[in-house]
Design a protein. Sequence first.
Length: 231
Amino acid sequence: MEKLHKFPDRNALVTALAGEVTALLARGIEKNGRASLAVSGGSTPVELFEHLSGMDIPWKDVVIFLVDERWVEPDDPDSNERLVRDHLLKGRAQAAQFIGMKTRAATVGEGEAECEERLKDVPLPFDVLILGMGGDGHTASLFPGAKKLPAAIDMNSGRQCMALAPLAAPHERMSLTLPVILSAKNLFLHIVGPEKMQVLEKALADGPLEEMPIRFVLRNEERPVNVYWAP
């Protein structure tokens, strides 16, 4: 189930979402001594990362992880880790602990075990997890038609990370699985632009969940999803 928050512009969205994330992380630290934040890549979260980097949060007590990652080196322009390091892990936020998904394994499949091992250093479930959404209705690296999509969305798999290969998009990917995503204490979908609103409206309409994997998140009945949108 989703709750849609519409904003007049992207600056208003970023200000509101950054404030909410700040409050939730601070609450997690106060309660448990540490808090965890999972973030997505792409161009949409750049402004949010920049804003968050200056927020007054006890960042030394925050662990940042990725929702998904392309299997490229961390200095590659397509790397989500690079995006986070360039735009979030600076200013006040450079005190945070960042744990990347990309390992030295030659293939993404060979990196699954180490990715799951790295998650042992993250306070789970995530205090805050922020998703994006592609024009094809994918979220994280849960792509429609991907061979391993059924395994990645299996709520009883016991798996936390999984290697997936999109049918069309470049690069093999590592992704958090659906059960890990839906276990987050606070779940957000951050989208901008009229095209993404059209995709969201289609995802909320009737149709097979596998056709648009974001539906697995939007239609789940256990965890509310806060959708933040601006034109």
